[in-house]
Design a binder for this molecule. Structure first.
Ligand SMILES: [Cu+2]
Length: 119
């Protein structure tokens, strides 16, 4: 009887470990998806998407797919500005306090975009 219970406990422990592993794997997938979700592509002198909504604490990445250099500069200096991004170069920030953040390209000031940060 005691042996039976011990064996059962091992089985329960093993099951917990397996379930935990699945949870961790699922979390890893989520993180990868979130990273891709918050990417703004710079192409044909435009930020795409023009408006991006993220949650506070999430990362936002711009990637320049033009042959021209572009920058990301916050209106009112509300977040760190990028250096001039060459082709395929990326710039990442972490979304701070909730609010609406406008930005532009200092090389081509007509290029503008908006970040909306939610709680
Ligand atoms: Cu530009």
């Amino acid at each position: 009887m005691i042996t039976f219970i011990r064996k059962n406990k091992k089985a329960v422990l093993l099951t917990i470990l397996i379930v935990l592993n699945f949870c961790l794997a699922a979390r890893g997938d989520d993180a990868a998806t979130v990273g891709k979700k918050n990417t703004i592509e710079i192409k044909d002198f435009m930020f795409n998407p023009q408006t991006l909504t993220v949650k506070s604490g999430e990362k936002i990445t711009w990637i320049n797919h033009d042959d021209e250099p572009h920058t990301v500069v916050s209106v009112g200096k509300k977040f760190q500005k990028s250096s001039a991004l060459d082709t395929d170069q990326e710039f990442t920030i972490t979304a701070g306090a909730p609010g609406t953040y406008e930005y532009f390209c200092s090389v081509h000031p007509k290029m503008t975009g908006t970040i909306v940060v939610e709680k």
